[in-house]
Design a protein. Structure first.
Length: 550
């Protein structure tokens, strides 16, 4: 599922798997079954997770990656996105829609649905569900986080119960991805509440849950979520597991300890400092692949002095990104390094990454001099830079559940103090950070960015996206707006390579984000759980196929 997500393919030739780490599986690794073993039904798996669901209705959710991974177990999409875009845009394999075809003018897209898919209450999934879901996705009172993906879809036509047509206003590169964005919801069960009442009745959906995916919800509490097998799932005998328990914990460190103690079977995000203990544990297995997330400092361009790109560039020169990556990812257990300095929101494992962009050099002396030329004042009796008559100080926020980002914030504060900037680190819960960045109530924040796999950057960097909050940095550049619109306006995104290169160069110059790192995702699993194959699209990509050795 996309969620502004640009997903790093695991098979990139430039990616080196960790050296000297015993017990790691490669990108497309599969748990090895012993002779005579085979998938079997039954069993319970516990997953360590840091972010809980805030809603059971996907259109009312905040839309973070963790929530989307859970929703993908409850509801089907028309097609399932594949992690195969090192050299080209991603493929979409059949899920609810077994096939599709385009009209000659490429403005009508027809999906042919599987006839054997039922909702968990036994009602057939139909084209009416697809059309009604599209209506909900576009409804302004619902205000779905990704409603912009439906802007160019003028109509969704029900041809018959198993055939549905999407009519587009114009031809552009991500028509198929936009039609496919989002899961399909149950019209017959959820249309009892008008769209304009959804947000005021969000708890109702949990009590009236109907699903078409491999799992449904058994119970849901603040500290855990239990999924149980959907007995009406079309792809029998899947899923194999009876239950999947998501145990929510305050930090990745807490999850690592629970994994090592045997209280958790799987986690999608091991801390690098725990790698040594995991790979030396015969009961555990480490699975690595380059993740889709790029982490950086988002500067609030709507607030002075961060509204000037020259100021953002100058501050960026005072941040030693190489040191941050070394401190966070070079493990003591081996020579492995699980992270690298980021230079673009389009990561180095993606076909459209601009390799001509080099990380900005760390030069604190030049950083201070640049700020002085921009109106910041140095006083003889103090190292502090003065701005508007007072010592320059700002607040750097990040989420307290993520030990890496908190450590990076502390490093940045120390580095910038050397050039006369007082950085007050604010470590808050993810929900609070999400709210602050959505409404613009922050100076700077360390956040993770997962851009759209269609390479549509408008949601994060276009001027029109400031109002909705998805353009967290409040960044506005008319030239960029034009380039982004043109790049996605072509039928074939491969033809937009030059525009995408230019976009990345402008972002490097303007620094709405100062990119810090991209990293390998370090998943770990107890060996009693078999056929676990996480990938860059989702750590739970094949959860329905997991099984437990008895």
């Amino acid at each position: 599922m996309r969620k502004h997500s640009l997903i790093f393919c695991m098979l990139a030739p430039m990616v080196l798997l960790p050296l000297g780490v015993a017990g790691c599986k490669g990108n497309n690794g599969r748990s090895v079954n012993e002779p005579g073993d085979g998938p079997r039904s039954g069993g319970v798996v516990t997953i360590g997770w840091t972010t809980s669901l805030n809603n059971i209705n996907p259109l009312l959710s905040a839309g973070n990656v963790s929530s989307d991974e859970v929703f993908s177990q409850l509801f089907l999409q028309l097609r399932k996105e594949q992690p195969d875009f090192t050299q080209h845009p991603p493929r979409l394999e059949p899920q609810l829609a077994r096939s599709y075809e385009w009209s000659s003018d490429h403005r009508v897209l027809t999906f042919y649905l599987r006839p054997d898919v039922l909702w968990s209450d036994g009602v057939p999934v139909s084209a009416e569900d697809v059309r009604w879901t599209w209506e909900a996705q576009r409804d302004k009172s619902i205000d779905w986080a990704k409603s912009y993906t439906k802007d160019a879809i003028d109509n969704v036509e029900v041809v018959n119960p198993n055939v549905v047509r999407f009519h587009f206003s114009h031809v552009y590169s991500k028509q198929l991805l936009d039609a496919n964005e989002g899961v399909i919801l149950p019209k017959h069960a959820w249309n009892r509440i008008p769209f304009d009442k959804w947000r005021s009745n969000s708890e109702w959906f949990g009590f009236n849950l109907v699903v078409n995916g491999p799992f449904t919800i058994g119970s849901w509490k603040p500290d855990y979520l239990v999924l149980k097998r959907n007995k009406n799932y079309y792809n029998s005998p899947l899923p194999f597991l009876d239950k999947v328990i998501f145990k929510y914990m305050p930090s990745t460190g807490d999850i690592d300890r629970a994994l090592i103690a045997g209280d958790v079977d799987f986690t999608p995000q091991v801390s690098p400092e725990s790698v040594g203990k995991i790979v030396s544990n015969p009961d555990l297995e480490l699975i690595t692949y380059w993740h889709r997330l790029v982490v950086g400092v988002a500067w609030n361009s709507g607030k002075p002095p961060f509204d000037r790109y020259e100021v953002r560039r100058a501050i960026a020169m005072g941040i030693d990104k190489e040191k941050i990556v070394k401190d966070l990812f070079a493990t003591g257990a081996s020579s492995a390094n699980f992270g690298r300095v980021a230079t673009s929101p389009i990561g180095a494992s993606v076909w459209a990454h601009n390799f001509s962009i080099a990380p900005a050099a760390y030069d604190p002396k030049q950083a201070r001099q640049a700020l002085e030329t921009l109106g910041f004042v140095s006083k003889k009796d103090s190292d502090a830079l003065i701005w508007n008559g007072v010592p320059f100080s700002f607040e750097l926020e990040t989420n307290s559940e993520n030990a890496q980002r908190m450590h990076a914030a502390d490093i940045i504060a120390k580095q910038l103090s050397a050039i006369g900037i007082d950085v007050r680190v604010k470590k808050i819960r993810f929900r609070e950070l999400e709210n602050d960045t959505n409404v613009g109530n922050f100076d700077a924040a360390i956040v993770g960015l997962s851009l759209d796999t269609s390479l549509d950057l408008t949601g994060r960097f276009h001027s029109r996206s400031i109002k909705g909050g998805s353009n967290v940095a409040r960044y506005s550049n008319p030239v960029m707006d034009q380039l982004m619109e043109r790049s996605v306006g072509r039928l074939n995104i491969l033809e937009s390579r030059n525009d995408l290169n230019k976009i990345q160069e402008i972002l490097d110059r303007d620094q709405p984000y100062t990119w810090l790192w991209e990293s390998q995702r370090l998943n770990a699993v107890n060996r009693r759980v078999r056929d676990v194959r996480p990938n860059a699209t989702s750590s739970l990509s094949n959860l329905e196929e997991w099984w437990v050795k008895q």
